[in-house]
Design a protein around this ligand. Sequence first.
Ligand code: GTP
Ligand code: MG
Length: 204
Amino acid sequence: MEITSAEFVISNSRADMCPKGNLPEYAFIGRSNVGKSSLINMLTKNPKLAMTSSTPGKTLLINHFLINKEWYLVDLPGYGYAQRGKKMMEKIQKLIEYYVLEREQMTCLFVLVDSRLEPQKIDLEFIQWLGENGIPFAIIFTKADKQSAGKTKMNVAHYLDRLKEEWEELPPYFISSSENRTGRKEILDYIDSVNRQLKEAATV
Ligand code: GTP
Ligand code: MG
């Protein structure tokens, strides 16, 4: 699939104020600074679409980007950034929880994890929580350009082994780099395949 149009639509501090209608949404979640906003820019080939920063805690709202006038990419605030202060952390946690659990248009949640790191407790707990709530998700291992391909492969295998301890079936997963566009085609093809399934299901 190619992206022919990508437009910023709206930022919201409340999940119940997100766009109406029933276009499917693909949302990006993960720890602050893992590269959610950068990945949206990489997929859309528009470095200015989502705001990024080398300082964690840049995205604080739910941001909707309309793609090809048919579906949305959704940029969410990161979790687990304690420097924001307790009140802000709680607010963001509620926002994420509400979006993930209540947003009917949410079709797949991409959980981003840093490909360089050992499995982090906070991510494993979040993934566990998704499982308990039956949320469809996939994993994206980010920042692959920051180490050798061999190291990424090893870390991903290690991560999947860790997930196998709790999961009978592994989720779809992707390796990405927003620097050199690794994973772009695979992620967009996956979204395309899910969109097609939705369309087929709607016509039966
Ligand atoms: P919050 O909005 O704070 O939750 O962060 P985020 O997950 O949206 O991260 P963001 O995309 O703002 O990226 C954080 C930093 O990591 C920025 O300095 C990016 O340039 C850098 N970064 C993101 N993805 C990559 C990548 O694939 N490779 C490299 N080398 N740097 C990346
Ligand atoms: Mg961001």
